[in-house]
Design a protein around this ligand. Structure first.
Ligand code: SF4
Ligand code: SF4
Length: 292
């Protein structure tokens, strides 16, 4: 059963983070290959409504993808209004924290129960190294969010080689926030190995409340969830996950979830499916490996 989707509502960002794998994938060459085009997000939401109407289960929608979602705050507000009567549909987004929303916009997200996560990679020097010197702006908006909602947002930190060298300092930094931290593994050309990441997580969870486990993504400390319960919608297409947008798409974005739930993949889920395919150098066509 499909339980979660991410919808990429734009392909633009105001930052150029050093490790951004969307920027890597959104090179001119890939832009042509991926064939960017607008997507009918209301149609996707209609399909979600129909699906949860049938199963009555909790369904999570992440408005996150190939860019900074809050650049399209007015669109997000329309989507939230469109699904507001469906209690089973939960929503979240992750922002780079540099967009100065009006207080009324933050309040709107809060009043419509959207969980907002902020990307914050750690103490100032480290965050600035990875994320375009944005630390002060991000911290200002985190504080603003806290003042309005009376709690810290969830925080998302990407762990790279420099983070591993400074893990004590990172843990001490995050220990000041009374919130859950999602540590994700840096992938791509600056990436670290799954083993290095898991070692870091073991260390971190001794002192912090961290997100871990479940069918989700090995980048977030869980098992690879592709083809189990979640999909990624972008550019009018459905992909196995956000990291798989340079692999063949699965279906078009107007496909209903009763159709998507039929997809079943078998592989060792403690590994990243995308990396398995890359290591086998056969990611051009799923049929060649007999998995799909
Ligand atoms: S904020 Fe996110 S999408 Fe934008 S450049 Fe950084 S990692 Fe990429
Ligand atoms: S294929 Fe890799 S990046 Fe995608 S969900 Fe699985 S573990 Fe995560």
């Amino acid at each position: 059963m499909v339980e979660r989707i991410c919808i990429s509502i734009n392909n633009i960002c105001n930052l150029k983070c050093r490790y951004c794998h969307f920027l890597e994938k959104n090179s001119v060459e890939n832009t042509k290959k991926l064939g960017y085009k607008p997507m009918d997000i209301f149609k996707i939401l209609d399909n979600v409504k129909q699906y949860v109407g049938h199963y009555k289960h909790i369904f999570k929608i992440g408005f996150i993808g190939n860019g900074e979602p809050l650049l399209n705050i007015n669109d997000i507000k329309k989507y939230l209004l469109y699904i507001k009567d469906y209690e089973n549909i939960r929503t979240y987004t992750i922002t780079n924290g540099t967009i100065d929303l009006k207080d009324s916009d933050w309040a709107f997200l809060e009043n419509h129960n959207m969980n907002v996560g902020f990307s914050l990679d750690g103490y100032k020097e480290l965050h600035n190294l990875y994320r375009c010197g944005s630390f002060d702006r991000v911290m200002k908006n985190i504080q603003k969010y806290k003042n309005l909602t009376r709690r810290y947002p969830t925080l998302n930190a990407t762990i790279g080689a420099e983070s591993l060298e400074n893990k004590e300092k990172i843990i001490s930094f995050f220990a000041h926030f009374d919130t859950k931290i999602t540590f994700s593994r840096m992938i791509g050309k600056y990436g670290i190995s799954l083993e290095q990441y898991r070692e870091f997580m073991e260390f971190a969870q001794k002192r912090l409340s961290v997100r871990n486990g479940g069918f989700d993504c090995t980048m977030y400390g869980g098992l690879c969830g592709v083809g189990v319960n979640n999909y990624f919608f972008s550019n009018g297409k459905v992909y196995l996950c956000g990291n798989c947008i340079d692999l063949p798409h699965i279906k078009n974005s107007d496909t209903g979830f009763f159709e998507l739930e039929k997809i079943a993949l078998k592989f060792n889920r403690s590994k990243c499916y995308k990396e398995i395919l890359e290591n086998q150098s056969i990611c051009k066509n799923y049929q060649k490996v007999g998995i799909l």
